[in-house]
Design a protein around this ligand. Structure first.
Ligand code: ADP
Length: 495
């Protein structure tokens, strides 16, 4: 028994990653699957595709690395969060496509619920009422699929996020379970009592019989059916992707914080056994563990690495994302140009869904390089605003940010982030932190990984960016950003 496999079921692809007994990445396989857009703003996945792409990736990683299933001690699952599936308890057949976290079909309904229940829902779940979370999507399925509500009330239907759905199928329908981190994103789970909340279920019209059992992220989730891989393997972890990344970054202690620079940015801080109430627009959620979960504060930026995609596809200023590093470094600064990429409004901590992006400070001397640099800087400034909100909520200073995700490979961006935060930015050797988190949890639960704290101290292969900007320069840059931000939001208000 030498390996752990992490299944990382993401929004656009399913991956399987093989880790050895030291937690080193040995092999990985990835299968993309189609996105379904039935109407503007609606996003679905075919549950069959989720399952088949995940199984293909799992088989491929074993075949390509020449690993025998008998050498795999455990499987851990990390998954796209909030996405909703409903299936028949007896046949396993889904009654509707998976409604994906990005789907806005219930936005109007959520606005209505918000008018009367915002405080109540926040106090129990730590979340702002939004179509993003699972509850309203589940209600939509029950209200719109013929006979769904009656069947759910009779106990014939099961609800699950993607982790539950995979576990149910992998175990041949034996286990219907989820973990605390996934449950905390449904808006039906009380993060203080750590139980499904009957009043929330009543508010959203959800029969409690369809909810999965909730377990710690590292726990016994049953065994895979023998027919799937020729031999049974223990499933020992389930975790939502962002909390998986937090764990994979070894952020186990209160105050540990990570930011993932993907299409958007996700900042999570472990706050230990204390559920922090945010006064600055962040949400409170559960973090992964092998027992009682820790709490975390979370903030997200809608447009992170996506601003680089816009430079490429929208403006045609670059051919590929990595070019931005050298272009940004070829000029000493942006020449006063500031880009606020509020393409779809602004997320945490500003929460302005109506404002739109702005490019300011353009002169006759402005070049492509300045605009590219301003785009990268905007990712760092938005992250600064979230970190700043966390620091205010907790009344502490953050001196180190752990980073991962596609855009964290950009050295210019990471150095600028360290400068603007006046804090260290630490990038681990393994970029697959989400899968690593699921593997750590599963490996710890089955006894393969004994001392993760030691790993934290050795931090092999970690690249650390240290701040080197003067306070005066930093203050000036932040002032320009703040000014542009205010104009972006103000312009809308006077229209
Ligand atoms: P997701 O999981 O959201 O699909 P990834 O973690 O794969 O995102 O990161 C992809 C994002 O990172 C894209 O938006 C891309 O523009 C950006 N990106 C990738 N490489 C770089 C780079 N070298 N510099 C800046 N941005 C990059």
């Amino acid at each position: 028994m030498e390996y752990v496999i992490a299944l990382d079921q993401g929004t656009t692809s399913s991956r399987a990653v093989l880790f050895d007994a030291e937690g080193h990445l040995v092999a990985k396989a990835q299968r993309e699957f189609p996105q379904i857009y039935p109407k503007p703003g609606w996003v679905e996945h075919d549950p069959k595709e989720i399952l088949s792409s995940q199984m293909q990736a799992l088989r491929a990683v074993l075949a390509e690395s020449g690993t025998d299933i008998s050498q795999v001690a455990a499987i851990g699952i990390a998954n796209q969060r909030e996405t909703v599936l409903v299936w028949d308890r007896y046949t396993g057949r889904p009654i509707y496509n998976a409604i994906v976290w990005q789907c806005r079909r219930t936005a109007e309904y959520c606005e209505k619920v918000k008018q009367h229940h915002e405080k109540f829902v926040y106090e129990r779940t730590g979340l702002n009422i939004d179509a993003y979370f699972s509850a309203s999507k589940l209600k939509w399925i029950l209200d719109n699929v013929p006979f769904a509500r009656e069947r759910a009330e009779k106990g014939d239907l099961l609800f699950g996020t993607v982790d539950s759905y995979l576990i149910w199928h992998l175990t041949g329908g034996k286990v219907h379970a989820t973990d605390y981190t996934n449950a905390s994103r449904t808006m039906l789970f009380n993060i203080h009592t750590l139980q499904w909340d009957a009043e929330l279920c009543r508010l959203f019209g959800i029969p409690m019989a369809m909810l999965p059992q909730v377990k710690p992220s590292g726990a016994d989730y049953g065994k895979t059916r023998r027919e799937i891989l020729g031999e049974s393997v223990q499933i020992c972890a389930a975790v939502g992707d962002q909390q998986g990344a937090l764990y994979g970054q070894l952020c186990f202690r209160p105050g540990d914080v990570k930011n993932t620079y993907g299409t958007g940015c996700f900042l999570l801080m472990n706050t230990g056994k204390k559920a922090v109430v945010s006064e600055n627009g962040l949400i409170t959620t559960l973090a992964a563990s092998l027992g009682t979960p820790d709490y975390a504060l979370e903030g997200s930026v809608f447009v992170g690495g996506a601003v680089v995609q816009w430079l490429r596809d929208g403006l045609g200023l670059i051919k590929a994302a990595p070019e931005t590093e050298a272009l940004a470094e070829s000029v000493p600064d942006t020449g006063g140009v500031v880009l606020v990429p509020a393409f779809v409004g602004l997320g945490a901590p500003h929460w302005d869904s109506e404002c739109r992006g702005m490019l300011s400070g353009i002169t006759r001397g402005t070049t492509r390089e300045h605009i590219v640099r301003a785009a990268l800087e905007s990712i760092a400034f938005q992250t600064f605003d979230m970190v700043n909100a966390m620091e205010q909520d907790l009344r502490i200073g953050i001196d180190r940010l752990c980073v991962d995700g596609g855009a964290s490979t950009n050295n210019f961006l990471m150095q600028f982030q360290a400068d603007i935060l006046s804090a260290e930015v630490a990038r681990p050797e393994i970029s697959e932190t989400t899968a690593l988190g699921a593997a750590y949890l599963a490996g710890q639960y089955c006894g393969l990984y004994k001392d993760l704290d030691k790993k934290r101290e050795s931090a092999k292969g970690m690249k650390v960016f240290r701040p080197r900007m003067s306070d005066a320069e930093r203050t000036e840059k932040l002032r320009l950003w703040e000014e542009a931000l205010q104009r972006t939001m103000y312009k809308y208000k006077i229209r």
